[in-house]
Design a protein around this ligand. Structure first.
Ligand SMILES: [Zn+2]
Length: 427
């Protein structure tokens, strides 16, 4: 292996002047606990020692080594002993001998951002200088090198390491408070702050409350309160830009969410303080409105958001149903028997046709229970697969939902109040 490293290094230096760091980077995966400048320096020292031996054994003459010594400081020192003066070392072909300066500039730029943001745990991202990146690839290709590392990865690591060692910041690959990206072409930085994501459950104790604000064309609100409004309290505490609500499905604006509550994910965008105590956030969002309640469970990763949104468990509803003609106890018993594991076919309800395309969906009603209040009014508990439109299951939506309560009871039925009592968790 030693032969391989020295031979390739010798060939590289014959073709290109290379600084210690760029030479070392072409062998970056060999040797441990070294930085590339040490690695490159070590290779040049070994090369000089090997050539020194050959000079002493007279198998090579000092004159033959002048060119290579222009690219190898330690060899220049050796040649002095043999009375040969070597001109100045040439600038590095890959980085123009600018890489150390670039790393230091990068350190200053990232440090400035970290101080401005007031955070501790960080990562560095790099857009590498285009010309250096190109020349590096050219050399790698020309020599078929297999143990190299890119200048991008070296800049990232070196800047991170120096900031950590000198200023006590912490590099965190799992959960950084921010990634500071340095663009070495434009000499500018920008910051990426990952969202804070918290899995929780919400309850909607009142009606006319939407999940996210429903804004009319003129900018006014259709409903006075949205769940997302309460979540903005979390953004204040975590010093984020804003909060976003992600729900496991939704209920209509006029439907309450009681019982088990419904799972959701709170996303705080660009939080400057992600070490927030979930209990503090929970208290703040619960204080926001007496019509909303929340429980926060734990911080989660991004993929949980799509899992929560895609969950399709069964639900249990409570519907208050009014009928045009009076119904008897026996009619309700017949209704219970009929809607036992009954598949219902629904064309998109007329009330949402403007927003959703017309399509047929099939969902199962697992079971229903009824409680008569008077001849024209009864309460019904409905256990059904997620995604079934309950108001239309009751009314029949002028024949667009079949079968329906209207059809089975033989008189027009309407859902006058609806609550969700249970949402099966599938997370
Ligand atoms: Zn260089």
């Amino acid at each position: 292996m030693m032969e391989f490293v020295l031979n390739v290094a010798m060939e590289l230096l014959r073709k290109y002047p290379l600084c210690d760091r760029c030479l070392g980077r072409f062998f970056a995966q060999l040797g441990r606990g070294l930085d590339n400048a040490e690695r490159g320096r070590a290779i040049k020292v070994c090369l000089a020692m090997e050539l020194h031996r050959k000079l002493l054994e007279k198998s090579v003459s000092p004159r033959d080594l002048v060119e290579i010594a222009k690219r190898c400081e330690p060899l220049k020192e050796v040649l002095k002993v043999f009375g040969v003066q070597v001109p100045e070392v040439e600038p590095c072909y890959v980085c123009g001998s600018k890489i150390e300066e670039m790393i230091e500039k990068g350190v200053d730029m990232v440090l400035e951002e970290l101080r401005r943001l007031g955070i501790k745990r960080f990562l560095v991202g790099v857009v590498p200088p285009r010309d250096i990146d190109e020349r590096e690839r050219e050399v790698v290709k020309a020599f078929g090198l297999g143990y190299w590392e890119s200048v991008r990865s070296e800049l990232k690591r070196e800047i991170g390491k120096r900031i950590k060692e000198r200023y006590g910041y912490v590099t965190d690959f799992e959960d950084p408070e921010a990634t500071v990206i340095v663009d070495f072409n434009e000499w500018r930085t920008w910051v990426e702050i990952p969202s804070l994501l918290v899995l929780g459950t919400y309850w909607k104790l009142g009606r006319r409350i939407s999940q996210v604000p429903w804004v009319e064309k003129d900018g006014s609100r259709r409903y006075p309160l949205a769940i997302e409004d309460a979540l903005q309290e979390a953004a204040k505490i975590a010093r984020g830009e804003r909060s976003v609500f992600h729900g496991a499905g939704r209920e209509d604006v006029d439907v309450r969410m009681l019982g088990s509550g419904r799972p959701f994910v709170l996303e705080v965008c660009k939080p400057l303080n992600r070490n927030v105590d979930l209990q503090t956030i929970e208290e703040a969002i619960n204080k926001f409105s007496p019509w909303l309640a929340f429980e926060l469970e734990m911080k989660v990763k991004r993929e949980v958001v799509s899992n929560v949104k895609a969950s399709r468990g069964y639900k249990i509803y409570r519907a208050l149903v009014a009928t045009r003609d009076p119904v008897k106890k026996e009619d309700l018993q017949k209704l219970e028997e009929f809607f036992s594991n009954r598949v219902v076919e629904q064309w998109t309800p007329r009330r949402v046709l403007g927003r959703k395309r017309d399509m047929l969906r099939r969902r199962k009603v697992i079971s229903i229970k009824t409680l008569q209040i008077n001849g024209f009014l009864f309460e019904s508990l409905i256990k059904a697969e997620g995604g079934l439109y309950i108001k239309e299951l009751v009314s029949g939506d002028e024949g667009r939902t079949r079968p329906s309560f209207t059809e089975v009871l033989g008189t027009e039925a309407a859902c006058v109040e609806l609550d969700v009592l249970y949402v099966q968790k599938q997370i």
